[in-house]
Write a protein that binds this ligand. Structure first.
Ligand code: GLV
Length: 335
């Protein structure tokens, strides 16, 4: 690079990606605080940078993009990008990079773990020990449910959904049904998965696991009308994005026994308030959005996010791009 490009790095991402960028000759501004930047801080700092390396806690809104239309690339450290107004970025010719697949195993483990933890009331039982309530062995108490031979319904059978489905099939011989906009022939061949209508997914799933993106179409899909069509013995798992379910409706569905349990790695809002009724329910397990939280996945995400920036400046394209239509479009320069 003749004049080094300046990259604003919005959080403390794993070293591996930062080192790659530094070695490739980029000038880096590293945000050192533990908290995300406030929108005004993000906008002010972005003003004199060519590229932004950010993540899901950074709100890349239309006003931000219009103010920072000089940005040449935004590289997101996450597979999801619902924090970014992609249409506006595309209109302004700003390519968005993301980090798919590298965190699919880690996230599927969390979905699978939450399923078992919920079926066996693990988080609740842990709390009874902390409360000094272990007491005697109870032949009829603390009973959960087994998963062998049950039906897993996947809403959004893509990269992560496939890995969750494979775990459920291999471990418990679960039947796999799914609802997608488009059929997934690979899942049908490898997992004997069957595409079903949304209504059938609700009616037949013993465990219903959400793996779709958050979009205008999926926001609030799992609401009261939907929960009440599910089996009263069903477990709802969401490791995708909190706003895909309506939280007050989920609480109501659990309280009125429309469904049996829920395992959540994502909530709405995040962070969840510590007095949220879900946290004291026997058949609910909640985690603080840690789906990709393994050393392997986070290092991989850091590397992919850096490679997206490096390759963009070397070749004009990105290995993992959300909006290819933005590539090569004319746009504003650094003010
Ligand atoms: C995590 O939620 C991600 O989108 O990578």
């Amino acid at each position: 690079m003749d004049t080094p490009k300046r990259v604003l790095v919005s959080r403390q991402f794993p070293e591996i990606g930062i080192e790659l960028l530094a070695r490739a000759g980029f000038e880096l501004t590293l945000w050192q605080k533990d908290r995300p930047m406030y929108p005004s801080e993000l906008a002010d700092l972005s003003m004199n940078h060519h590229a932004l390396l950010c993540t899901l806690s950074d709100m890349i809104t239309k006003p931000f993009l219009q103010q920072c239309s000089h940005l040449e690339i935004i590289s997101q450290f996450a597979v999801g990008y619902d924090n970014i107004d992609v249409d506006e970025a595309t209109r302004l010719g700003i390519p968005i990079g993301f980090t798919p697949d590298i965190m699919s195993e880690a996230t599927a483990d969390i979905a699978f773990g939450l399923m078992i933890a919920t079926a066996r009331k693990m988080f609740f039982l842990h709390k009874t020990i902390l409360a000094g309530e272990w007491g005697y062995f109870k032949p009829r108490g603390n009973l959960g449910m087994e998963l062998r031979g049950k039906t897993l319904g996947v809403f959004g059978l893509g990269r992560i959904g496939m890995k969750m489905a494979k775990r459920c099939k291999d471990a418990y011989g679960m039947e796999i049904i799914y609802h997608n906009r488009h059929p997934n022939p690979r899942a049908e061949k490898e997992l004997n998965a069957a595409w079903v209508s949304f209504d059938t997914l609700l009616a037949q799933s013993d465990v219903l696991s959400v793996h779709c993106v958050l979009s205008a179409q999926t926001r609030g899909v799992f609401n009261w009308d939907v929960f009440k069509q599910m089996k009263p013995t069903a477990i709802f798992i969401n490791t995708a994005r909190g706003p895909i379910h309506n939280e007050p409706d989920l609480i109501e569905a659990l309280c009125s026994k429309k469904i049996w349990g829920a395992g959540l790695d994502v909530t709405d809002p995040e962070p969840m308030a510590k007095d949220n009724p879900l946290l004291s329910m026997e058949t609910v397990c909640v985690l603080p959005h840690v789906g990709s939280g393994t050393l392997e996945a986070r290092n991989g995400m850091s590397r992919l996010a850096a490679e997206n920036i490096i390759e963009f400046y070397q070749t004009g394209t990105l290995p993992h791009v959300v909006n290819p239509m933005a590539l090569g479009r004319k746009k504003n320069e650094l003010p």
